[in-house]
Design a protein around this ligand. Structure first.
Ligand SMILES: [Zn+2]
Length: 105
């Protein structure tokens, strides 16, 4: 089972503290059904001093969000939408916005 959203898609959060906020997908974990979204679901992590963080201390980092808490934002109609699918004449399957019909791939 893959995910129907991809890296660089614009999404909005539909549950939790970040409800209504938007961000673009930084990475997806299809097996876990989770996505990391830019600047959303930030968590603070305590870091021990290391080569990368010489001072140690607290850094903020995006935590993955489950796919079911996200909706794709259509670039055409600018609304959160469910994703539909259709086949092109070439036979390839593409994602479409269920609201306006725009092809999203
Ligand atoms: Zn649309």
């Amino acid at each position: 089972m893959g995910l129907d959203i991809k890296k660089e898609d614009m999404v909005t959060v539909i549950l939790g503290d970040d409800k209504g906020k938007r961000g673009s997908i930084l990475s997806v974990s299809p097996k876990k059904g989770r996505c990391v979204v830019e600047r959303l679901n930030m968590i603070k992590r305590h870091m021990k001093p290391s080569k990368k963080y010489t001072q140690g201390g607290i850094i903020e980092k995006e935590a993955p969000i489950h796919r079911s808490n996200l909706m794709l934002v259509c670039p055409k109609c600018d609304k959160p939408t469910k994703i539909g699918h259709k086949f092109l004449e070439s036979g390839s399957k593409v994602r479409v916005c269920r609201k306006c019909g725009e092809v999203l791939d």
